[in-house]
Design a binder for this molecule. Structure first.
Ligand SMILES: Cc1cc2nc3c(=O)[nH]c(=O)nc-3n(C[C@H](O)[C@H](O)[C@H](O)COP(=O)(O)O)c2cc1C
Length: 355
């Protein structure tokens, strides 16, 4: 699978996720075999105004390459200027967000509302390509506005015809948000309709599901969002499955513990103690949702006040799991909630903001 001239082989993409794909998480996913990770989405206006938070969101370390930067906007000139700025950082990909379904974004005619006008998308892509100084450009699409207005073949062709290097397709409509079933038949149709590589996205939670999507649709690769939360191992497991035909399965809980502790140290360096604590709690719950006795963790984690106490709780919880103090039902319940509502952690409103 090629991203411009870069060959990432059979590997997967880590999707852009606001408040999640910070450098600490990206590094873990990359070390575990993700082919390309994304920084958090940034607004094109924020980029050209040198907004501090925006700059922070799309900055990355050289060692994180291959990496993509996703941009939100609808004005060709502003997007062009933003592409110039972003390309100075030399990312491997600049992606245009045409998937964000939230009203706040769509009412400004950005994100998924752009889907209604394939020609306009084509113009934006052309502008990005012309200004990106050779950095490949992609677009992240949904199928269309709703099930009666699916136009992904038109939008994908507009992306292809205007010089983009690849297209991501989240196999749901804007109206579907996250909980409607994905429709892979459209991924296959897009793959047959365009010349550039097509990367499928949406509700793949295991290596077997990813493989099935690739085989069913002919897509060149897959992009993983929720399937990687608390589960960056999905990348190494998928790579193993492709190499050997066998999925090694979820890792031992001691490996999970070490990975969380590594992420916590990295978050501390990236954000400082206070912000890191909040992020580390969220990720810890995600990591442990695959193992038993999650309520033990949930009952205690919210009152934790510092990173040392969080580390102690993680050790204690790991011991519980090792001692087989399991309650499988709880675990199933939390996974159901997770897949349905995206992120029980976030307030409803912010959980629905993106992609
Ligand atoms: C916490 C969170 C944040 C997200 N932020 C973005 C974003 O900034 N840009 C974007 O294009 N999609 C965003 N998305 C959507 C994902 O990239 C992806 O398209 C969607 O979750 C479907 O894939 P999945 O089923 O693998 O989760 C976000 C999703 C989640 C769960």
């Amino acid at each position: 699978m090629k991203v411009g001239n870069l060959d990432i082989g059979n590997k997967l993409f880590l999707a852009p996720m606001a408040e999640v794909t910070d450098s600490s998480f990206r590094k873990i996913c990359r070390d575990l075999g993700a082919g390309l990770t994304f920084t958090q989405m940034v607004s094109a206006e924020g980029v050209i105004r040198n907004n501090f938070e925006t700059l922070r969101h799309f900055s990355f370390n050289r060692s994180e390459k291959p990496i993509g930067v996703q941009v939100l906007g609808n004005n060709p000139n502003i997007l062009g200027e933003a592409a110039k700025e972003i390309s100075k950082q030399k990312p491997d990909l600049i992606d245009l967000n045409c998937g964000c379904p939230v009203d706040k974004v769509c009412s400004k005619n950005m994100g998924a509302s752009l889907l209604e006008d394939p020609k306009a998308i084509g113009k934006l892509v052309r502008k990005l390509v012309d200004n990106a100084n050779g950095v490949p450009v992609s677009v992240k699409l949904r199928l269309g506005k709703d099930k009666s207005r699916i136009n992904v073949l038109d939008t994908a062709k507009a992306v292809d015809d205007n010089g983009a290097s690849l297209v991501f397709v989240h196999a749901r409509t804007r109206a579907d948000r996250y909980d409607a079933p994905v429709d892979w038949t459209w991924l296959k149709k897009v793959k047959q309709a365009v010349k550039i590589p097509v990367v499928g996205n949406g509700s793949m939670f295991t290596p077997a599901e990813i493989k099935e999507m690739l085989e069913t649709t002919g897509c060149d690769s897959a992009m993983i969002a929720r399937g990687a939360l608390g589960n960056p191992f999905i990348f190494s497991r998928f790579n193993k499955l492709m190499e050997t035909g066998n999925d090694p399965g979820m890792p031992d809980v001691l490996i999970v513990r070490d990975t969380i502790l590594q992420q916590i140290n990295s978050l501390k360096n990236e954000f400082g103690d206070l912000l890191a604590l909040d992020k580390a709690k969220k990720h810890s719950i995600w990591y442990f949702r695959f193992y038993g006795s999650i309520n033990f963790l949930l009952d205690r984690i919210f009152s934790i006040k510092n990173l040392d106490d969080l580390r102690k709780l993680i050790d204690e919880h790991t011991e519980n799991i090792l001692n087989k103090n399991l309650n499988v039902d709880e675990q199933t319940e939390i996974n159901k909630k997770f897949q349905k509502k995206v992120l029980f952690w976030l307030a409803e409103e912010s959980a629905e903001v993106f992609g």
